[in-house]
Write a protein that binds this ligand. Sequence first.
Ligand SMILES: *Cc1c(COP(=O)(O)O)cnc(C)c1O
Length: 244
Amino acid sequence: MLFVETPSNPLTEISDIAALASVSKKAGALLAVDNCFCSPALQRPLELGADIVIHSATKYLEGQGRVLGGAVLGTRDVVMGGVFSFLRTAGPSLSPFNAWVILKGMETLKIRMEAHSANALEVARWLEAQPGVARVYYPGLPSHPQHELAKRQQKTGGGIVSFELKSGKEAAWRVVDSVRLISITANLGDTKSTLTHPASTTHARTSQESRDAAGITDGLLRIAVGLEAAGDIRADLARGLNGR
Ligand SMILES: *Cc1c(COP(=O)(O)O)cnc(C)c1O
C-alpha cells in the first residue's frame, strides 16, 4: 500500500494523487489518501484514482470540535474486505450520537470549507508580509512550491496555514503565549481558530534530527484558521509577533 497525506501536516506539501495512482497501479499496490485537510468539499481522491480515502471526522467533517469519529472510504471490495472485518472484530464503531453530530456538521461542510479557505488565504497573505516571519506554507499562495498542482487538484487552499518565525522557538512560543482569541490545541478543523507548535506537540515524539530533515523546525507554528473575522485573527497573532 502507498499511503499519502495531501496536503501534509503541518507543512502543507502536496502529493500528485493522479500520478501516484498510476504508479501504485503499475506496482499492484493500493493507494490510500488521508483527505483530512481538504475534506470531500475541496478534494475527491477516488475520482483521481485513489483506492482508499481516510478521514478524521473529528476535524472538518464534524466541524465544531464536538465529537470523535473517523471514516474509511473505497470500493465495496476494499471496504467489505479488510476494513469491515477489522471493524467488526476490533470494535471501533461510531456511537449513534457521534454519527448524528457528524451528519449535522456535514450539512454545512461546503460553505464552511469555502469560508475557512478564504480566511486562511487572507491570514497567509498577511503573515507573508510580517517582518518576523521567515516563511509561510499555504497551498493557496503563489509562493507555495506546488501552488499550480494544488490549484489543479483541490478547489481551494483549505484552512491550514503554517509559518516559520525568524527567531526560532522563543519567537514561536511568544506568539502562542500571547493569543487570547485563538485556542492552543493540537486539534484542527474547528470553527474556532486553533494554534499548534508542532515540534513540541504533534511531532514531539520524533527526533530533532528527523524533524529538522522534515522541515518541522522549532520556530514553526501551525494555525487552523477558523471562521472568526480575519481581522480579529490577524490582531491576535500580531500581539505575539510584535513582541507585545
Ligand atoms: C487528526 C488527523 C488524523 C488523525 O485523526 P484522529 O481523529 O485523531 O484519529 C489523521 N490525519 C490528519 C491529517 C489529521 O489532521
